[in-house]
Each structure stands twice: as C-alpha cells, then as structure tokens.
Ligand binder design. Structure first.
Ligand code: PLP
Length: 426
C-alpha cells in the first residue's frame, strides 16, 4: 500500500490520469443511487409485519382491560410503560410514551422550556436574551435544525473515540449561564458510531453548570441496534445524575422507529419523577392521549426485552452485510494511503468518513455528478458548516447490498481523485 502524501508529482499525475478514466467509466454507467438518509430497508420493515396483525376488531383491550380505542392514558399504556422503562433502564414512573416520533418529543421538550421553563428554571428560556446549546460534532443534522429553527446558538465541540471532548464541554457549561443544553447520541452515535465511555457519562452527570436548569438531551436512538455479538455498553445516566446530586439534569429519549416500523413506531421520553410530572402537566394541554392501539401492538409483538433483542438480531443480519460492503471497499481502495479515515461501528446506522481537509464538498459533488447521492457535506455540523470540510456520512441500510457496493466504489474513486488533485496543488 502506498502513502499518497509521499508520492512524487509524476506519480501523482499518473494516478490522476488513471482515476479520471475510472471516473468517466462510472459516469458512462448512468447510475442513479442514493445513500443519503438512515432509513430501514423494506426487508427490515417486513420483520414487523406480524405486529400489524396483533390487534383486530375483537382484540383491542390491554392486559388490565383498558379499551385502547378510546381517549386517555396521557403518558402511555401501563404494559408499554413497563416494557419500555426496562428498555431505557428507568422505572415505569420515570417514562412517558408519546406518539410516533422521538424527534418531536425532543422538539417539544425544548419548546416547553422556552415557553415555561423547566422544573428548576428561574425564568423561561425564552425570556433570556440568548440561549445556547453545546453540539458535539459531527452529529445528527435534525438536532441542529431544531436549534436553528428555535434560534438557539450552537457551539460545536469535537467528538473523539469516547464521546464529546469533555474538557471543552466543562469549560463551556461552567463559564456561561446562557448554555442551557447539550445534544448527545450516546450509543452508536449518529454519525460517528461512538458509544460514550463511563468517564464521559460520569463527567456529564457531575460537571458544574452555570445555568441552574441545564439539560442533557440524551437521544438514545440506537440503544438496541447492535451489529455484532459483543455490543457496546453504556452507563445509566439517570442513575449517575442522581448519584452526582443532579437528578433533574437529563432528558432521555428513544423510539422504536428503527425496531418496528419507522413511520409508525412509538416514541419515549424519560427522566426524574419530578421532570416527568412537570412534562405530563404541560403535555395534558397539548393532547388527550397517545395512540394506545399502537402501544398495545408493540407490547404484543415484542413482548419483553428478550423479544426486542432477538428482533434486533434479525435487523443486524439484514444490514451487517451492507456495512461490511462499505468497510471492504474503503479498506481495499483507501487503506494505508493516508488520505482518509473512517469509523468501524459496532452498531447504529452510519459510517463516518473523514477525507482530506477541504475535500468533502468536492467528493460529494463528484459522486452526485456520476449519479450517486450522498448526504450533503457539512450536514453533520451545526449550520451545515464543517470547519475542515472533511466529514461525509455514509448510510448503508436502505439500498440493496450490490448498490451500496457500487456506490462506495465510486465514492472511493472520487476520494482518490480529489486527494490526488489536492496533493498536486500543494
Ligand atoms: N435520533 C437520532 C440520533 C436519529 O438518527 C434519528 C433518525 O435518524 C432519530 C432520532 C429519529 O427518531 P424518531 O423516528 O423517533 O423521530
């Protein structure tokens, strides 16, 4: 394998000619492929078809006789609360089950804090001249859209192999009372695949915050989404916050969107009893109750934690070969060339790829011109601005494996070509 940064100009020129030919060959294929969003594929959705048959016109009552067709049950059906409290490692009184989208629960939790404050706010966040969120980056673009839409300033903080750079996080939250929150995707993070270390969880739970009503938005979207038989583990943050004397600090979120049916899952919010009581009170103005029929379907179909685990193994069997295809193409084409690095996640939905500084936009444009859509470069950073223009998010789950393979072969050629052109400019 050749370190490309050590090649002579004439060697680079030779590679450039060869890569340009390869790129033209891809263009001639008139590809039309899309590896942009982390959606489950149809075969994954098929796994939950049985769930749709678990309720019919005669079979709609919960275990304790609640008619799930009617109004009520603001924070969820008791058996669903029991199952999903176990799933999020909290107690049933520490969970609220919402509609179908955890992203909507996160959005609404922030809007409520802006309008009314949290249980420990001195004033509603919206009465302050400015509020800010710490945004570990690269991160989930839709978290950043919520902040942008609600006029919350975003402060990017680098992610490393253990989670966010905690020295920087501590410095930011202890120095400025306008900093009210931090976004975290703590397990198999979107897009880096990193699971937060115990030390990071402890430091987040115990750090000094200048704002008395600081919140960790703990989006545990991928908690059960393992790709291997040796899954990552994550410390229980509600417990560590409690032990650190900050029981109200964390809002936990999760959903079954990528367990059962992406558009018809159930969304979860958890936290201290005090936080949940406050949330329930405000939620009762917004809704008379959630879709209990869907909650009952989920409980009947998934049954218990063992049921969730065995169901998730079926997902892994479908998507792991696609992740492997990405890894194999990247290793084969770019391994040891010193022009790119990428994640090898044990779970989740993404592979995060860093190319040479200043090359991500160019690579995404080149692949688009040859018929393969990638997530826009920069999308993984607040305001869509990757300061080094180097991160590309690969989402392999939705497309068939052969398409993922072809798309990645093109991506590799584009990365090689963009790198060679950059090296020739230097
Ligand atoms: N959180 C993260 C980190 C995600 O990656 C996604 C979807 O890609 C979501 C939340 C969306 O969750 P939901 O479907 O429950 O709104």
């Amino acid at each position: 394998m050749t370190d490309f940064t050590k090649l002579s100009v004439s060697e680079l020129e030779a590679h450039k000619r060869d890569l340009k030919n390869q790129y033209q060959e891809f263009k001639a294929k008139n590809l039309n492929l899309d590896i942009t969003r982390g959606k489950p594929c149809a075969a994954q959705l098929d796994l939950a078809n049985g769930m749709l048959d678990s309720i019919d016109g005669e079979n709609y009552k919960s275990a304790d006789g609640i008619d799930c067709r009617n109004y009520g049950g603001l924070d969820g059906l008791p058996e669903a609360k029991k199952l999903f409290a176990g799933f999020l490692e909290v107690e049933p009184e520490e969970i609220i089950i919402g509609g179908n989208s955890s992203l909507a629960l996160m959005h609404d939790a922030i809007v409520r804090a802006i309008l009314h404050g949290t249980v420990d706010s001195e004033v509603p966040w919206g009465k302050l001249p400015k509020i800010k969120f710490v945004c570990p980056s690269p991160g989930y673009d839709r978290h950043f859209f919520i902040c942008e839409y609600l006029n919350i300033d975003m402060i990017p903080v680098e992610m490393d192999g253990n989670g966010p750079d905690m020295d920087r996080v501590e410095e930011l939250v202890s120095g400025d009372d306008a900093v009210k929150g931090i976004w975290c995707t703590p397990k198999y993070s979107n897009p880096t695949g990193v699971s937060f270390s115990d030390e990071v969880v402890d430091r987040l739970s115990s750090m000094n915050t200048k704002a008395c009503d600081f919140r960790i938005f703990w989006d545990n979207a991928y908690t059960a989404h393992h790709l291997t038989d040796t899954p990552d583990t994550l410390k229980n943050i509600l417990e560590t916050c409690r032990q650190a004397g900050n029981p109200e600090r964390v809002f936990i979120f999760g959903s079954t969107s990528k367990i059962s049916i992406a558009g018809a899952g159930i969304a979860l919010m958890a936290g201290s009893v005090k936080n949940m009581e406050h949330t329930r009170k405000l939620m009762s103005v917004q809704t008379i109750g959630p879709d209990k029929i869907n909650q009952l379907r989920h409980v009947r179909f998934l049954k218990n934690m063992a049921g969730i685990e065995s169901h998730m193994k079926k997902h892994a069997a479908i998507i792991k070969p696609k992740f492997d295809a990405v890894q194999n193409v990247l290793a084969e084409a770019l391994g040891n060339k010193n022009i790119a690095e990428w994640s090898r996640p044990n779970g989740g939905y993404f592979i995060s790829l860093n190319v040479m500084d200043g090359c991500a936009k160019k690579v995404v444009q080149m692949t688009a011109d040859a018929g393969v859509k990638l997530t826009p470069a920069g999308a993984t950073y607040p305001y869509g601005k990757d300061p080094r223009d180097r991160n590309i998010r690969i989402a392999p789950t939705f497309s068939p494996e052969d398409q993922v393979q072809t798309a990645m072969e093109l991506v590799a050629v584009c990365i090689l070509l963009a790198s060679v052109e950059k090296l020739l400019e230097e």
